[in-house]
Design a binder for this molecule. Structure first.
Ligand code: AMP
Ligand code: ZN
Length: 484
């Protein structure tokens, strides 16, 4: 097969570049994974679908892929994402207090749910390595030690910090204006920090607060900062230099610039050749957030009668760099489309396998190699379905070939994923929930958010009168028809 160029938009150069791997025929791919203090939502899933499409595209092009997604089970502070790495509580410890379970149990529970979610989206977890931050403490300490030895890290009263003024071009990813970052952070600058953008590499346990997760280190008992885990784990599993690093755009200014600053100094190499970032998913026109109360996870998708694959399909109809607005109506449309595709495949293309149509394959290949243009690839699927000049058996072969990249379950042996598409085993579809019942349900959720449990109970009674049961599960409310 003739090698075709693969083009990616690289956040580092802000240009579309032709991909060239570090090692011929192999790709090293690292993606920032979940912090397992809570259930992942459908926005997070876009990040994992991005790395999945990257892996499948490379496999389609004949590459071997070494893929890592880290699991953050310590050290991610509530202030970290705002570039305020020395403030806030550890998310794991905070969740432990509010849920009354150990940090370890919480990590276990949400890691399992994370695997469940991504498998439902047809991501093959067997092909990916999932290192936990708590399993790489020694590697993280060693990296911090090196940074200190060469003068890039300094110790203050609450931890060890990276001196960002030492790193030439700090903030180069995404063209971050460090002066602006500094100005924005000034009010919160700790007196002991040399620069506002300096960030914690190692934090000391506070003497007046018991921590469940802490380790001995050359500087004192404590825990690693959030950014160092990605530098240490990608180095341990993929080497000192990698081809591709992915994540959501929110990670560009702070987390990924900090990873670069750490890794390039310790590894003495350019850390990553291609940085790919996905734009955000909003819900009904609003940013998704716990405080807004509009987080949606895959259980809710299933409870409303949709297959997770319909969500995958919906995601692929938008380019990963385009912000997308999720609505239940849009998902309903994707669900109907995917169901139609499956029906067509099962009913109309129930023939022996022919050969892949070279003209269509050529186009498909060009689309996915062009910065993962899945919307065009999906449009091509529909064009092929309607094209009577291609025989049914060749259509079957061609669609199956496309699906090795799209992952829409056409050849799926896991029936549970596809079952929902065919209408089997489902409780309530969104169109089955009367508007007034849905309104009560939403009002009750709001009451629960505001901890007005008396009102929430009264609304539960109302639902009962309408003939519905509501069950509050760890992953949100679940509505079903009341059994008489
Ligand atoms: P977190 O657990 O918050 O670190 O997020 C895990 C991944 O999901 C990261 O790559 C984030 O950038 C990404 N992410 C978070 N929220 C969204 C969203 N609403 N849409 C798309 N990606 C998101
Ligand atoms: Zn990371």
């Amino acid at each position: 097969m003739q090698i075709k160029p693969i083009l990616f938009y690289n956040t580092l150069s802000k240009e579309t570049e032709t991909f060239k791997s570090l090692k011929e025929g192999e790709v090293r791919l690292y993606s920032c994974g979940p912090t397992v203090y809570d259930r992942g939502h459908i926005g997070n899933m876009r990040s994992y679908i991005l790395s999945d499409i990257i892996r499948r595209t490379f496999e389609y092009n004949g590459y071997e892929v070494h893929q890592v997604i880290n699991i953050t089970d310590v050290g991610h502070l509530t202030g970290d994402n705002e570039g305020d790495a020395d403030t806030g509580e550890d998310r794991m410890e905070k969740a432990s207090v509010s849920l009354g379970e150990s940090a370890q149990d919480i990590a276990k529970k949400y890691t399992t749910l994370f695997f469940t979610d991504i498998r439902r989206l047809n991501i093959d977890t067997e092909k990916i390595e999932f290192p936990r931050a708590t399993e790489y403490i020694n590697e993280q300490i060693a990296m911090v030690q090196t940074l200190q030895d060469i003068g890039y890290a300094y110790k203050v009263s609450d931890g060890v910090y990276y001196d960002t003024s030492m790193f030439k071009n700090y903030g180069k990813l995404g063209g971050i204006n460090v002066d602006e970052l500094e100005a924005g952070a000034r009010v919160k600058v700790r007196k002991e920090k040399r620069n506002a953008t300096d960030f914690a590499l190692w934090k000391f346990s506070s003497p007046d607060q018991h921590r469940q997760q802490e380790w001995e280190s050359p500087w004192g008992v404590g825990f690693p900062g959030w950014h160092i885990e990605c530098s240490a784990m990608s180095r341990a599993l993929l080497g000192r230099q990698i081809d591709i690093h992915t994540g959501g755009i929110d990670h560009i200014p702070v987390h990924h610039n900090n990873e670069i600053a750490q890794s390039e100094v310790v590894n003495k190499k350019k850390f990553v050749n291609y940085w790919l970032h996905n734009a955000f998913i909003n819900v009904e026109g609003r940013r998704m957030g716990k405080s807004i109360g509009n987080l949606i996870n895959l259980d809710q998708v299933i409870d409303r009668g949709f297959s997770p694959l319909s969500y995958r399909y919906w995601l692929l109809t938008a380019h990963y760099r385009t912000p997308a607005n999720f609505t239940w109506d849009a998902l309903e449309g994707s669900h109907a489309a995917l169901k139609k595709l499956h029906r067509y495949f099962v009913d109309e293309l129930n023939v022996t396998l022919g050969t892949v149509d070279s003209k269509y394959k050529e186009q498909f290949h060009a689309f996915i190699n062009s910065d993962l243009d899945t919307p065009k690839a999906i449009a091509l699927v529909w064009e092929l379905m309607k094209d009577d000049s291609v025989s049914k058996k060749d259509k079957r072969a061609t669609l199956l070939d496309f699906d090795t990249v799209l992952g829409l379950g056409l050849n799926e042996s896991d029936e549970s994923m596809v079952k929902l598409l065919h209408g089997g085993g489902q409780k309530l579809s969104v169109s089955d929930i009367p508007t007034n019942v849905k309104a009560i349900m939403d009002e009750r959720e709001q009451a629960r958010e505001q901890k007005d449990f008396r009102k929430a109970d009264a609304l539960r009674e109302q639902l009962h009168v309408h003939g519905y049961e509501i069950e509050d599960t760890a992953v949100g409310p679940r509505l079903s028809k009341r059994k008489e």
